[in-house]
Write a protein that binds this ligand. Structure first.
Ligand code: PMT
Length: 304
């Protein structure tokens, strides 16, 4: 059974930090509305579906937040203000270049009068400086606002609040919905309060999450430019599903991608046409990013 989106918001309490995030959204969008800037909301990473109220276990998905975090950097580069709504611990713009062991590999330790001095290895200095400058510029000019979610419920609440803040920007608001949002969940009133016992195999019944694109496009931000993503693993379904979404929700574009090739190729699907954007193996090996092609294509051909 699919509950309606109204039902969803009526039955699921808002996250505790929602009021604080709404304040940050209001200030950010007001500033950029006054400045006449375009603002893009980039959603990124995967949502979780808790199995228990006191959550020990949850259903997750593969998304690392690469699409969203890389795209956010390119939108900033093209002068857009960015609200980056991302899953806690998934990739973030700028810091994504220096995560895990990659970060430690950039550094060296030396001794100066018995004090340890840490510096960036000369071969990486230019790269670190370039990323650091862009990062500082984005924050100093207040062009980037980052907000987090973990569960699909937190995502849906935050998305609605972000839309309410963006609505006054009308066609200067762009929604770039790259997050991998759960399609199934356990309704709050059917969820176990405590950790599910392992004394026997549990029976878990999932419901369909209401498609939030419907109210988003028709009610919350009807004048915004809305881009959704469609992920499939069966290539024969990809274009038809993207087109079905466009016909159903009446938004502007679907960016269709296959799980296996998503870093190298996407298909831009609009009501009129569809075409491929891709990188060669050589471009990929040289560190070029498909998100640069996507963002440039949107700005040059689609967003008015
Ligand atoms: O993060 P990476 O590892 O780089 O991976 C990037 C990506 C593959 C996750 C990304 O490119 C992508 O395809 N994201 C969308 C994945 C997805 O949720 O597809 P979907 O077919 O389930 O949903 C399609 C659209 O409907 C999405 O834009 C979503 O915002 C929207 N949706 C989904 C569920 C829901 N309840 N309501 C929605 O409106």
């Amino acid at each position: 059974m699919v509950s309606t989106w109204e039902d969803f918001y009526a039955k699921h309490p808002p996250p505790q930090d929602l009021a604080q995030n709404e304040q940050a959204l209001k200030e950010f969008t007001r500033k950029h509305l006054e400045a006449g800037n375009k603002v893009v909301l980039v959603t990124s990473g995967g949502t979780t579906v808790p199995l228990e109220h006191n959550t020990v276990r949850f259903v997750d998905n593969f998304s690392a937040g690469t699409r969203g975090s890389v795209s956010a950097e390119y939108f900033l580069e093209y002068g857009y203000a960015v609200i980056f709504m991302y899953r806690v611990k998934s990739l973030e713009p700028f810091s994504r270049h220096f995560i895990g062991q990659k970060f430690l590999d950039l550094l060296q330790v030396s001794n100066n009068n018995e004090n340890s001095v840490i510096t960036v290895l000369p071969e990486y200095t230019q790269k670190v400086a370039t990323v650091l400058r862009k990062y500082r510029e984005a924050f100093n000019k207040k062009k980037l606002l980052q907000l987090t979610f973990t569960t699909f419920s937190e995502y849906l609440w935050l998305l609605r609040s972000a839309c309410q803040a963006l609505a006054p920007l009308e066609n200067k608001a762009i929604l770039y919905l790259a997050a991998a949002v759960s399609d199934f969940y356990i309704p709050s009133n059917e969820m176990s309060i405590h950790k599910i016992s392992s004394s026997g195999p549990p029976t878990i019944s999932l419901q369909l999450v209401p498609k939030i694109l419907a109210p988003l496009v028709s009610l919350w931000v009807p004048k915004a430019f809305v881009v959704s993503f469609k992920l499939e693993t069966d290539e024969s379904l990809l274009i038809s599903k993207a087109r079905t979404a466009l016909n159903k929700y009446h938004h502007n574009l679907v960016i269709a991608n296959m799980l296996q090739t998503r870093k190298q190729q996407v298909i831009i699907v609009s009501k009129e046409t569809n075409y491929v954007l891709s990188l060669t193996n050589e471009q990929l090996d040289n560190g070029e990013e498909i998100e640069q092609l996507i963002v440039r294509d949107l700005i040059e051909k689609h967003i008015k």
